[in-house]
Design a binder for this molecule. Structure first.
Ligand SMILES: [Fe+2]
Length: 276
């Protein structure tokens, strides 16, 4: 059994068709191309890539065709859950050949046991609604999955953030579950991280003692505006990804990587020691 595992997380790709810009501003397709090139070039290569929702902007088949064509250039195994901008039926059509995609059932929930860390993808979407839910059926499925491997380190991912970020327009569309996810996690100490997308920013929070990380978007970020009832605005800060590095001895450490080309790496030391 391997004693280390690296999961890259990308999120909120928001792909449109035929070069159209998201919100008439954002080249989401170009951004994803850059992101995939950067992922493919990472050394050492991550073991897998998790995509935490909003693969498309409007859930259209043509948008899935665009995103699928690009994802097929990714040289790493990848897994995806839907977000509020996805459409379950179109998502299923686009990824029907993927072994992780469930063939039956209403929700796109899956579990992957290919790695030393178990990956659970939880579909938190509500058709036509921007917020998320963990209904009785999905909570029962999650409890069942967790009970099946109580001693295996596990990373759980869902699109909607199960906490209050302070960005009001996003918090009006967070996970609405009346504390259900927290109650599940209290009885599942094997869950070492919860990963989300949706908020288009890197955030860290805690739920029932488990660290929850949200990934930055691969293109645009939500403006970090804590004004009560502040406007729903985005900013073109550097896009990013997360690398979650797990080892049996030390658990998970999460690294934030801005996407783009930056100077370096340069040495701290030369033959005389620390460079002055
Ligand atoms: Fe999004």
């Amino acid at each position: 059994m391997n004693n280390a595992f690296v999961l890259a997380q990308i999120s909120d790709l928001h792909i449109k068709t035929a070069g159209r810009l998201s919100y008439k501003k954002v080249d989401t397709l170009g951004a994803l191309k850059n992101c995939i090139a950067q992922l493919n070039a990472l050394r050492p290569a991550p073991d897998a890539v998790a995509i935490t929702g909003d693969l498309t902007d409007f859930g259209k088949d043509e948008e899935y065709a665009e995103v699928r064509a690009l994802l097929d250039t990714l040289t790493l195994p990848w897994f995806a859950i839907p977000g509020n901008h996805d459409d379950r039926a179109a998502f299923r059509r686009a990824f029907a050949d993927k072994p992780w995609l469930p063939v039956a059932g209403e929700f796109i929930n899956w579990t992957v046991d290919d790695f030393p860390v178990r990956l659970i993808g939880l579909d938190s979407t509500v058709p036509e609604k921007p917020w998320g839910e963990l209904c009785d059926a999905r909570a029962a499925w999650l409890r069942e999955q967790l009970a099946a491997a109580p001693d295996t380190p596990t990373i759980l991912m869902l699109h909607h953030h199960p906490f209050i970020s302070g960005i009001d327009h996003m918090d009006r569309q967070n996970l609405r579950d009346d504390g259900r996810l927290a109650r599940v996690l209290i009885n599942a100490p094997q869950v070492e991280r919860v990963l989300c997308g949706h908020v288009h920013r890197f955030m860290v929070a805690q739920l029932a003692g488990v660290v929850v990380c949200t990934a930055p978007g691969t293109s645009h970020q939500v403006a970090p505006d804590f004004t009560p009832d502040g406007p729903a605005h985005f900013v073109l800060e550097p896009p990013g990804m997360l690398l979650h590095r797990w080892s049996r001895a030390h658990g998970v450490s999460t690294h934030y990587l801005p996407l783009g080309q930056y100077d370096g790496p340069w040495p701290f030391y030369d033959e005389n020691g620390l460079i002055d």
